[in-house]
Design a protein around this ligand. Sequence first.
Ligand SMILES: [Zn+2]
Ligand SMILES: [Zn+2]
Length: 189
Amino acid sequence: MKVIGEESMGIGLLTFGEVDRKEIDFLPAELEEAFGLAARWGPALVVPSDAFHRSRGQYLAAALLEALSGVPPGEFLRILGIADIDLFAPGLNFVFGQALMGGRDCVISLVRLRPLFYGLPPDELLFRERTVKEAVHELGHTFSLEHCSDPACVMRFSNSLSDTDRKSRRFCPRCRSLLERGLGRLCGP
Ligand SMILES: [Zn+2]
Ligand SMILES: [Zn+2]
């Protein structure tokens, strides 16, 4: 796929707090491949102080999205926030990520994507697959894609990591065509 937006806008990858960018250095190229948009690192942001909920020991994903909304428009078409802290949303024990449906911004957490979190030995390849899937999934929401019933589609909802591992990193034909339409509106003449 042709990569557009090379010189100006594209996907911005912005980290929150302590994130080892070397551990996820594969991500920009993977996102370029998935969306056909240029992807590059943006500034590192601090984790908003009101995001942490002491009673849960977790961070409110919406507070990170709120912080992303403060990034001035014009620099990126889409923004993926990346955090290495455990995120939650009201009513859920945790979330792998969250997105503004049809908006610019989304966020993912790396914490639960490492086998180590479950007491299993490190597996770089598995971590990479999971990270790509979660990032593509949340960015998919920013292109107004909803959850998909195709078990192999990247837009399938992940209730647990086994759901994430079961689905592929690819969009099913239906989601792919909806995405292309969204991208066309964004970047068309
Ligand atoms: Zn989703
Ligand atoms: Zn689909």
